[in-house]
Design a protein. Structure first.
Length: 126
C-alpha cells in the first residue's frame, strides 16, 4: 500500500551489481532484484526510487555490448548512474561491497545530496 510522505524524495538505490558475482548472470540478476525490492519499499513510503541498472542494462544491450565489462558496457554502465544521480535528491547505499555503489555515494556527497545507509533511516521507512 502506498503511503504519503510530506517531502517525497527521488532516491538512487546504489548496491552491488557485479561485486562478488564472478560476472555470473544469475547472481547479477539477483542483485538487481534485491535493489528493486528495496525500491518498491521506497515507493510504497511515498518516494520515487531509481535503480541505475533499470536504465543502463537495456542501453548497454542496445548499444551492442557482448559481455559485462567490455568497452560498450563501460561507456554506459556507470556514467548513466552519474547522470541519474544529478537529478536525484538522495542516495540509498545498500548491500555488500561494491566499488560502483561506493562511487555513487561519494558522488552524491560531493553534490550535497542526502545519503542513507539503511532503509530505516529514509523518512517514512522506519
Amino acid at each position: 500500500m502506498e503511503t504519503s510522505h510530506p517531502q517525497p524524495l527521488m532516491i538512487l538505490v546504489a548496491g552491488p551489481y557485479r561485486s562478488g558475482t564472478n560476472d555470473e548472470p544469475a547472481k547479477m540478476a539477483a542483485n538487481v532484484t534485491a535493489m528493486t525490492e528495496v525500491a518498491l519499499r521506497l515507493y510504497r513510503a511515498g518516494h520515487l526510487p531509481v535503480v541505475g541498472e533499470w536504465f543502463a542494462l537495456p542501453l548497454v544491450e542496445a548499444a551492442g555490448s557482448t559481455k559485462v565489462g567490455d568497452a560498450v558496457f563501460n561507456e554506459l554502465f556507470h556514467p548513466i548512474a552519474h547522470r541519474i544521480l544529478e537529478r536525484c535528491d538522495a542516495c540509498l547505499r545498500m548491500g555488500g561491497a561494491s566499488q560502483g555503489a561506493d562511487e555513487m555515494v561519494r558522488t552524491a556527497q560531493a553534490q550535497g545530496k542526502q545519503v542513507f545507509y539503511r532503509l530505516e533511516d529514509v523518512p517514512g521507512c522506519g
